[in-house]
Design a protein around this ligand. Sequence first.
Ligand code: SAM
Length: 291
Amino acid sequence: MKDIATPTRTQEILKKYGFSFKKSLGQNFLIDPNILRNIVSHAGLTKETGVIEIGPGIGALTEHLARGAGKVVAFEIDQRLLPVLEDTLSAYDYVEIIHSDVLKADVAHVIRESLSGFNDLMVVANLPYYVTTPILMKLLMEDLPVRGIVVMMQKEVGDRITASPSTKAYGSLSIAVQYYMEAETAMTVPKNVFMPAPNVDSTIIKLTKRETPATAVDNEDFFFDVTRASFAQRRKTILNNLQTGLPNGKSRKEEIVTALEAAGIDPIRRGETLSIQEFGKLSNELGKFFH
Ligand code: SAM
């Protein structure tokens, strides 16, 4: 069957439905089947896999997912796309479109209802760029029973997600994601594979869920508070940032220094030099005073 994701077919579909792109919804549709094959190959799909897609658009990625997976459930916010998808995906029985803002959706409930029986679950999407980080954080924090996540996003965010310590891109987002998932860049993608072309370069990121988080922490919320505080002002030392960011930190310098030393971290280091494991140790030591 002819792919949706060719420039000609996409144009035909847009014309047939008089569809106009909404920039505010991050609508940049893929028009290159090679890129779609690449995304799908990184997801490792079989007919035993249930896929959750976010933002099917006119179905370019959805049809590739439907060919490889047992079932695809896709969340689409734009009502105008529902009749289009009904038409473009009519050949695929095991696709379910849910008209909803994924940020407001109860994804765990949808998995239970629509993907019961699938022990292997993947999230695969060409994400709307205006909400990449909130969507990813939602998927991670809800601790969904997925094997992994393969997503297209703006390169700048992808670089932050996969960054290692002591690099410019490394920050609290790198830690928030890498705490739960192993993160790698699968491919950098040029602008001309989208219609319309976005202003920024893109990248495909592959996240694989860890069996246990990257470091053992006593209190996850506090661990994330500590990492956020440590990066608040990148040029400051970790001691300085913690004094500013922790409750009454200014008057509790001694406790913070004691915790840093117990975790084996020199107080004059900058937050960006600490590994996830060091942040784990540090938050456990700080927790003895701040919890
Ligand atoms: N998957 C298609 C493709 O690759 O050609 C379209 C990808 S386009 C980058 C993003 C899609 O996400 C659009 O269809 C847009 O309407 C949809 N979208 C935007 N915000 C959304 C949200 N909060 N929840 C669900 N879908 C959303």
